[in-house]
Design a protein around this ligand. Structure first.
Ligand SMILES: [Zn+2]
Length: 350
């Protein structure tokens, strides 16, 4: 009886001094306060399926010849993005008319010609030195040996036009006095299809210090529905959200629960998932440098990496809703009082 009492006391003291993991997680969840709900909805609603569709039909048009890295079609795609940001009066982080981070041919070993990442930037207000990077890749597979153009409407035209619409929404908000507190970099990466080389280059030569980079939200294919969700298409796969920052994961969940209620499917986030998608798009280069990431992905489909990945097969209302989710998540991260913390620095987890 006595020893039982002592043991109970020990357990009690032990429990008090070291909160249980579930308590720590609850403390993280409770620490998140959603910002600016009405403004988030107002500016998210400027993102429309009509505009996404117009942009995507241009970006995935045959004129761009499948956007093969370093080739004329990819250069047209880069110029298309640059012209868009200039017309929208959304600045480059380099200033002036230079929106390109040039990657010299010498960076590549496999005969790829020089190419460029395309960068647009919305400067923050009181916390402008902290940067949120939203990315999507601009390149695709080019023309196959039968002469067919790989138009890459979903891969990754969908992510590309999502960035364009989000940048416009943040710009409108800023013009009306509701600009983000932290800065946002819209990063259109090249050479993803050849092995994530555009993001490899960026993370070796970051335009803003990586230690000031709060997180990377990477989008690669968000305009389609995979076979597993044929009958419940209101979903998106999230990969990596809890790997480096539990706070990022719960911010993402809280924003979704408050505004969208999309089924966030974590099937491919499993550490032992055989597809290893966590390593397979540009966010991974940021994660390797310790930057918290989320990868947004609709899963593979029959047209994946085929000339039949065309813009008529995109579900535009779904693309709109997913883009709004990423916009609202970015808004929260850009405007919450404290910078998002990685788990290594999170007091709640100690
Ligand atoms: Zn892709």
């Amino acid at each position: 009886m006595k020893s039982f009492l002592i043991l109970s006391l020990f357990i009690l003291i032990g429990t008090c001094s070291t909160p249980k993991y579930t308590t720590k997680i609850q403390n993280i969840k409770d620490s998140i306060t959603l910002k600016d709900s009405l403004l988030v909805i107002k500016y998210a609603n400027t993102i429309t399926s009509q505009e996404l569709k117009i942009h995507l039909y241009e970006f995935a048009s045959e004129e761009f010849e499948g956007r093969k890295v370093g080739e004329p079609g990819q250069k047209l795609a880069s110029n298309f993005l640059k012209s868009y940001y200039q017309n929208e009066n959304i600045k480059s982080p380099f200033g002036g008319v230079n929106y390109y981070q040039e990657i010299p041919q010498s960076f590549f070993s496999n005969g790829i010609k020089s190419t460029e990442n395309v960068l647009a930037y919305i400067e923050g207000s009181d916390k402008k030195n902290e940067i949120i990077i939203i990315s999507a890749h601009l390149d695709h597979l080019g023309i196959n040996n039968k002469g067919e153009i790989n138009r890459g409407a979903d891969d990754d035209g969908s992510g590309t036009v999502a960035l364009m619409e989000m940048a416009q929404a943040f710009k409108k908000a800023k013009e009306n006095g509701h600009g983000p507190r932290r800065s946002i970099l819209f990063l259109h990466l090249t050479a993803e299809e050849t092995g994530k080389q555009g993001s490899d280059f960026y993370t070796r030569h970051p335009v803003f210090p990586l230690k000031n980079t709060v997180c990377n939200l990477n989008i690669d294919m968000i305009g389609r529905v995979d076979d597993a969700h044929k009958n419940n298409k209101d979903y998106i796969y999230l990969i990596g959200s809890d790997r480096l920052s539990k706070e990022l994961h719960y911010v993402s969940e809280k924003v979704n629960n408050a505004y969208f209620n999309i089924n966030l499917d974590y099937k491919f986030n499993s550490e032992n998932d055989s597809n290893r998608y966590y390593t397979r798009s540009d966010h991974y280069n940021f994660a390797l440098k310790g930057v918290p990431v989320i990868f947004y992905f609709n899963g593979e489909h029959n047209d994946y990496h085929k000339p039949s990945d065309t813009p008529d097969k995109i579900d535009y209302p779904l693309l709109e809703k997913r883009t709004k989710l990423i916009f609202a998540t970015t808004w929260q991260i850009a405007n919450q009082e404290k910078r998002l913390v990685s788990d290594a620095d999170n007091e709640f987890l100690k």
